[in-house]
Design a protein around this ligand. Structure first.
Ligand code: WQD
Length: 335
């Protein structure tokens, strides 16, 4: 089976995607400088799949060291590029750190993809590229507005760089726009391990449930939504992971497909923050202390996906429910 290079393989989505690729028979290599992740995850992957994954502890902004990976694996047939900084508030405080890291790493990878003729490239993008949307649910044709953070803009510009590059390249590219990935591997042997104190809703919920954190602040209950709290599209991490395997499979089976395409990965359902708290309590039996707090800068009121295109194009559809997401996140936290 084809050999795939996964960048950011020690990260949350990268590690779960490595498991799905291995489960589907692919040979995998990881590159992750572990600046925001830990190699512990490689043991988790081995305990789940029985396979040990080699990780190159290389920063993709270092062209020579990254090139060596391609030199070592002249039989690479695909790349899935996750490696990037992704903490929204940090990107607001340190925009150049984000533009330098997230863009230079992409430029190096694209140059090496061409030099070593790696035919298939999947780019980890984000629903953040939509910015503040007026029409819901968002489709891939929804007009992108100014992103709310430099992080989101590195994904939006990244997509544009890839689209331009794809016009002169022999390779094929798909950008996957994730909505809100949550949950953990069903075995509870692997899950989200925030390297910095978590900013995202789900890891904060599980910290409150486990007593690590006293309560959760609900950022705003005065939005124009059904209960005043923000609406998001939450999707199980294993559904996100499998979308990558199916996107690669599509490119392998359709070598003459268009040079570049973009796909939403979302459940298609919008859920409010308060509904998430309720769903967590129902799924786990854990009471959550929460307090209503002012809005958080940069939040959009509501965004959720229309996922028809990914269903039609690569035959993907979400297999896990919101309850599965909550239960798996809680089982991982308890570990
Ligand atoms: C979800 C909702 C908060 C914490 C982020 C990134 C996005 C993508 C996914 C990378 C919001 C509310 C949260 C808390 C709260 N990441 N919330 N109290 O902001 O939708 O998206 O993660 O691609 O780029 O921006 O996710 O989990 O931070 O917030 O009320 O303590 O939960 O206001 O409405 P978000 P989130």
């Amino acid at each position: 089976m084809p050999k795939i290079l996964v960048t950011g393989g020690c990260g949350y989505i990268g590690s779960h995607t490595l498991v799905d690729l291995i489960d589907n028979g692919y040979e995998v290599v990881s590159v992750d400088d572990n600046s925001r992740s830990s190699t512990d995850v490689l043991q988790h992957i081995e305990s789940i799949t029985g396979k040990s994954v080699h990780n190159y502890a290389v920063n993709l902004c270092n062209f020579e060291q990254t090139q060596q990976i391609f030199q070592d694996h002249l039989d690479l047939e695909g790349i899935i590029h996750f490696a990037a900084y992704k903490t929204v508030p940090e990107s607001v405080d340190q925009p150049l750190l984000y533009y330098r890291n997230n863009m230079n790493s992409l430029f190096n990878l694209l140059e090496l993809t061409e030099k070593y003729k790696v035919k298939n490239f999947i780019f980890s993008s984000s629903c953040s590229v939509y910015g503040e949307v007026s029409e819901l649910p968002v489709t891939e044709k929804t007009r992108l507005t100014r992103t709310k953070s430099p992080y989101g803009n590195t994904k939006k510009v990244g997509e544009e760089v890839i689209e331009d590059f794809s016009q002169i390249s022999q390779s094929k590219f798909i950008a996957l726009r994730y909505f809100n990935p949550i949950g953990a591997h069903p075995s509870a042997k692997m899950g989200e391990t925030p390297f910095l104190p978590p900013q995202n809703l789900m890891p904060i919920l599980t910290e409150v449930a486990s007593g690590k954190r006293e309560k959760i602040m609900v950022f705003g209950d005065d939005y124009d939504t059904r209960d005043g709290s923000c609406i998001r599209d939450y999707i199980h991490i294993m559904d996100i992971a499998h979308a990558h395997t199916l996107a690669l499979k599509y490119l392998f089976e359709n070598p003459d497909t268009q040079a570049y395409d973009v796909l939403n990965i979302g459940s298609g359902e919008g859920v409010t923050v308060l509904e998430m708290l309720d769903a967590f309590e129902k799924a786990t039996g854990q009471k959550l202390n929460y307090e209503l707090a002012p809005r958080r800068a940069g939040d959009v009121a509501a965004i959720y996906a229309n996922n028809d295109k990914i269903k039609d194009k690569i035959g993907w559809s979400p297999q896990y429910s919101l309850e599965d997401m909550m239960r798996s996140a809680w089982a991982w936290e308890k570990r």
